[in-house]
Design a binder for this molecule. Structure first.
Ligand code: HGY
Ligand code: MN
Ligand code: MN
Length: 402
């Protein structure tokens, strides 16, 4: 399975993945999922929001156990963020069949669409729509960098954009969702464990900063006459770093567009996106308010106009305690107390976090020796991936089998 997925959407120069929602690479990933589902005799379906499902047992029976993740990527992402969870789901099912278990609950494997939000700017669109955390009207207003709207992109990919919307009937059939994911930090590497269980996700969001100045000639415009938005943007980047450090949080300007984007022109517009995350809401507010205040001062000093728009926000997620403890019990049952599976928090967002508002969710993390993620350098060793599959199989067996 891993070998089949590896070439899809891989950029030859960077070696990173560009699997953006509703593009050709995404379609190839989806075709792969469908083939895996049908090859195993599972009931395949695409829900109204384009998420793919593969069912073992009767979906209508209710109280299903669901596992899966996503197949899309950030720009030049790694191979593991998302796909490891989807591949592990199929591999765990194969393992359970080899164990000849008897299922007492329906089982479904899922590929959630557009988790990374690389194309339309909002993460977890598939799960947010399903959970009713993104309205149809909001979804219709999303556009990509080329001005293509989300409904247009959905239609171009051959799906019906008029079907998108909340899907409470589907969620009502699910008793538990478990997402396996590559760890995006080094906690497991430092503790010497292959697999961990998630405790919580930091609150996080994305804010767009539009600095508008005046385009002019880079050679003939005196410094004192300039209204250069790049200066206020640059100072704001430094402020973000400072505010995050003071609050024990993180803040990143990782995406920027410049108009007119000419070497010899003072920009008229610099648009930068702030991604900020913190352990608690108060710290996150402190960072974002501090960055915005500083940005307004810098903008005023340079005669630049500033608009700040919050494009997305996900509050703190505490994964379901009962399910988390159940995972700890299942995975730790043959272990001494000091060898129990570690429980760790994360600053990364996940579909499991979105769904946690509607159904009990849990996550498993697989060791990542460098902690690098959202980069082609992202890695997990094969032994650790196999340990992840076996842990997921144990969890599914514990939850859904006799
Ligand atoms: O950005 C995130 O945390 C997630 O990987 N979408
Ligand atoms: Mn990611
Ligand atoms: Mn992910």
């Amino acid at each position: 399975m891993w070998r089949e997925l590896l070439p899809i959407g891989r950029h030859p120069a960077s070696g990173g993945y560009r699997r953006y929602a509703w593009t050709g690479a995404d379609a190839e990933c989806r075709a792969w999922f469908k083939e895996q589902a049908e090859g195993r005799g599972l009931t395949y379906e695409v829900d109204r929001n384009g998420n793919q499902w593969a069912w073992l047992g009767d979906p209508a029976a209710g109280d299903a156990v669901v596992t899966g993740s996503h197949l899309d990527s950030v720009p030049d992402g790694g191979a593991f963020d998302g796909p490891l969870g989807v591949v592990s789901s199929f591999a765990a099912l194969d393992e359970l069949r080899a164990r000849q278990v008897t299922f007492t609950r329906p089982l479904a494997l899922v590929n959630f669409g557009d988790e990374e939000g690389a194309r339309f700017g909002l993460a977890c669109v598939g799960s947010r729509l399903t959970a009713g955390q993104l309205t149809v009207e909001q979804a219709h207003r999303l556009t990509d960098g080329d001005g293509v709207s989300l409904p247009q992109a959905v239609a171009a990919a051959g799906y019906d954009p008029d079907r998108i919307g909340a899907d409470p009937e589907r969620l009502a059939r699910i008793g538990a969702f478990v997402e396996l994911h590559v760890e995006q930090g080094r906690a497991l590497d430092l503790s010497g464990d292959r697999v961990g269980i998630a405790s919580a996700i930091w609150p996080h969001g994305r804010w767009r900063f539009d600095f508008r100045g005046e385009a002019n000639h880079a050679g003939t415009t005196r410094l004192v006459d300039r209204r250069d938005p790049m200066l206020s943007y640059a100072e704001t980047v430094l402020a973000a770093r400072r505010e995050a450090r003071l609050a024990g949080a993180v803040a990143t300007f990782g995406k920027i567009t410049v108009e007119p984007n000419g070497v010899n022109a003072i920009p008229s517009l610099v648009r930068g996106w702030l991604d900020s995350r913190a352990a608690d809401q108060a710290s996150l507010d402190l960072v974002v308010n501090g960055v915005e205040k500083a940005a307004r001062e810098y903008a005023a000093a340079h005669g630049v106009d500033l608009d700040v728009v919050r494009e997305s926000f996900t509050p703190v997620v505490e994964f379901d305690h009962a399910l988390r403890d159940e995972l700890s019990r299942i995975l730790g049952k043959d272990k001494e107390a000091e060898l129990k599976v570690p429980v760790l928090g994360t600053g990364a967002g996940h579909d499991a976090g979105i769904l946690s508002g509607s159904i009990p969710t849990a996550m498993l993390f697989v060791r990542n020796p460098t902690g690098v993620s959202h980069s082609p350098a992202e890695f997990a060793a094969e032994d650790d991936c196999v340990a992840g599959v076996l842990a997921l199989a144990d969890v599914l067996e514990g939850l859904a089998c006799r």
